[in-house]
Design a protein around this ligand. Structure first.
Ligand SMILES: NC(=O)CCC(=O)C(=O)O
Length: 265
C-alpha cells in the first residue's frame, strides 16, 4: 500500500480554514498512485478546547462529508486523523478518529480513550468507551490510535494480536516531548514488528509548539521517511505484508511469547 502522510499547520479554532487547507492539500498532491492519505489529530479545531462545544463536529459532520467527497474524487482511502465530535444531541465531546474507504464509506471510528492531562483534555473532553479494533483497507489489516495512546503499549499489542500489520498514530504531539515521540514510535514498531504510520502537526499554535516529525517506520524499526519539525511536508512510504512476515520469522517474538506467565495479557 502506498501511503502519504500530510503534515500541515492546523489553525487554532478555525474549522473553515482547516477544511479549506485539507482540500487544497489534496488538490496539490499527485494522488494517482496513493492508496491511503493520513491527516493529524484534531485537525478541524486544533486544541481550542475552551470553544470546543461550539466548534465540535456532530456525528462527525461536516468533516465526514468533506472527507467522503475527497475519497471518491481522488479514489483514495483516508485515515482522517481525528476531530472533536459530539454524538447525537448529547453534550459530551469526544476526540474521534475516523477512516473512509475509496468509495467514501466510513470504515472505522475510534474515540481516544486516554485523554492527555498535559493538554487539559480531561477538563473538556470525554474519554472513548470502546476498545480499539482492527479494520481493513483494500484487503490489508490496520490499527489506529490517537496521540497520547502511544504511551500505552497494551493497545498496540492488542491490535497486533488481532492481525494489524500497520498501525496509524494520529497526533498533535508537542515539541517539548519530541524525544518521546520519536523513541516511542520506534519502540512500538520494533516490539510489534509492524509498520507505524505517524502524523503530527508542527509549529507554534497559540500556547503550544508542536513537534512535526510525521514519519513512517518499518517493522524492523527503520525510518522509511520522515518530515522535519517545523515545516509543511508529505511523508511517503509503502507497507508490505511480506516484509512483516520476514521480520517475524527472523526474530520470532510471537512464537516466543509466554502468555501464561504474564499478569495482564
Ligand atoms: N495530543 C496528545 O495526546 C499529546 C500527547 C502528549 O503530549 C504526550 O503524550 O506527551
Amino acid at each position: 500500500m502506498n501511503i502519504k502522510v500530510l503534515q500541515f499547520k492546523v489553525k487554532y479554532g478555525d474549522v473553515d480554514s482547516n477544511v479549506s487547507k485539507v482540500k487544497a492539500l489534496f488538490e496539490e498532491e499527485n494522488l494517482s498512485r496513493t492508496d491511503i492519505v493520513v491527516l493529524p489529530e484534531m485537525w478541524t479545531t486544533g486544541y481550542d478546547l475552551k470553544n470546543v462545544d461550539r466548534l465540535a463536529c456532530r456525528n462527525l459532520e461536516p468533516a465526514k462529508s468533506v472527507i467522503s467527497e475527497l475519497a471518491v474524487k481522488y479514489d483514495v482511502n483516508i485515515v482522517a486523523g481525528s476531530v472533536a465530535n459530539i454524538v447525537d444531541d448529547t453534550d459530551d465531546v469526544y476526540n474521534t478518529a475516523f477512516v473512509m474507504d475509496r468509495s467514501g464509506e466510513l470504515v472505522y471510528q475510534y474515540s481516544k480513550m486516554h485523554l492527555v492531562p498535559m493538554l487539559d483534555e480531561p477538563a473538556y473532553l470525554t474519554g472513548g468507551k470502546e476498545k480499539v479494533d482492527t479494520f481493513k483497507l483494500d484487503g490489508e489489516t490496520f490499527g489506529l490510535v490517537i496521540c497520547y495512546d502511544l504511551r500505552f503499549p497494551e493497545l498496540f499489542r492488542d491490535l497486533t494480536l488481532k492481525g494489524a500489520t500497520s498501525i496509524f498514530v494520529v497526533a498533535e504531539w508537542p515539541l517539548a516531548r519530541k524525544k518521546h515521540w520519536e523513541t516511542l514510535l520506534a519502540a512500538r514498531a520494533i516490539e510489534n514488528q509492524c509498520y507505524i504510520i505517524a502524523s503530527n502537526t508542527y509549529g507554534e499554535i497559540v500556547d503550544e509548539t508542536f513537534a512535526g516529525r510525521s514519519m513512517i517506520i518499518g517493522p524492523f524499526g527503520d525510518v522509511v521517511d520522515e518530515a522535519d519539525d517545523n515545516s509543511k511536508a508529505t511523508v511517503k512510504g509503502q507497507t508490505d505484508g511480506k516484509e512483516v512476515d520476514r521480520i517475524r520469522k527472523e526474530v520470532p517474538i510471537f512464537d516466543s511469547r509466554k502468555r501464561e506467565m504474564y499478569h495482564f495479557l
